[in-house]
Design a protein around this ligand. Structure first.
Ligand code: ADP
Ligand code: ADP
Length: 227
């Protein structure tokens, strides 16, 4: 996955990203930091091709933002997992039905769905809550369902847009541990977060956006304090 000299301008608000370049290697775990409005969500949307760059090029999983067709975008999305701060679960479906839905829409053979859902819920530590509805679950549990759903089609890359932004410290830590486990099994993770402490303790690579510009790419957490 590669972002090459990408700028993104929005008609109303102007420049959201300016000449951003970086590479994400297979199986990497990378944080994305920056103040509100720095361009984190825009960058994630460019990677899922929900938005196209105004300048430059994004390459993900063999697709290029310069040549991908509207019809190909769903194929790319199936190779990605995406989780959001606000979970975005279907409220009228149980935890297991939410996960099953992601498999149904991609045409997974019916007989494979139930065992796969069970496996995914086990992976996120939620087997005992399989038949609960989202409103019956805590924020941390809802995010686990969302993560299980994001993993349903075996993505090579998980995009997480402030996945712990609505969670307390304990749930935040548990979700981070879960994302690290998922990463250890081979899925690359790009995680936008405001949680500087998490980055400092983990010693992982981070990308720092500042008003649409990539200000730092590396592991030196002293750069976070200079903020
Ligand atoms: P972050 O995720 O770091 O908070 P965003 O990527 O959401 O930052 O926003 C970066 C800038 O782009 C902000 O100035 C924001 O107002 C603007 N922006 C984001 N999405 C849109 C949009 N769909 N239309 C217009 N402006 C947008
Ligand atoms: P909008 O893109 O106008 O904000 P949505 O948030 O509903 O609308 O997203 C539309 C599509 O864009 C979703 O299907 C999702 O795949 C993608 N998308 C939205 N936000 C992100 C994000 N932060 N990261 C990656 N993809 C995103």
């Amino acid at each position: 996955m590669r972002v090459m000299n990408v700028s993104k301008d929005y008609a109303r608000s102007g420049t959201a990203l300016r000449d951003v370049s970086f590479e994400l290697r297979k199986g990497e775990f990378v944080f994305l930091v920056g103040h509100s409005g720095a361009g984190k969500s825009t960058l994630l949307k460019l990677l899922s091709m929900a938005e196209r760059p105004s300048l430059g090029e994004v390459r993900v999983s063999g697709y290029s933002s310069s040549s991908i067709t509207t019809r190909e975008i769903p194929h790319l999305r199936r190779r990605l997992g995406i989780v959001f701060q606000d979970f975005r679960l279907l409220p009228d479906r149980t935890a297991e039905q939410n996960v099953a839905f992601a498999l149904e829409v991609t045409g997974t053979p019916h007989a494979q769905i139930a065992p796969k859902v069970a496996r995914l819920l086990t992976q996120v530590g939620l087997t005992s809550r399989a038949t609960a509805y989202p409103h019956e679950l805590s924020g941390g549990e809802q995010q686990r369902v969302a993560i299980a759903r994001a993993l349903a089609n075996d993505p090579f890359l998980l995009l997480a847009d402030e996945p712990t932004g609505n969670l307390d410290d304990r749930a935040t830590h548990a979700i981070f541990v879960l994302l690290r486990e998922i990463n250890a099994r081979g899925t690359a993770v790009l995680m936008a977060t405001h949680n500087v402490g998490m980055i400092q303790r983990s010693n992982l690579r981070f990308l720092q956006l500042d008003q649409g510009e990539l200000r730092f790419d590396g592991t030196d957490t002293a750069r976070l304090l200079a903020d």
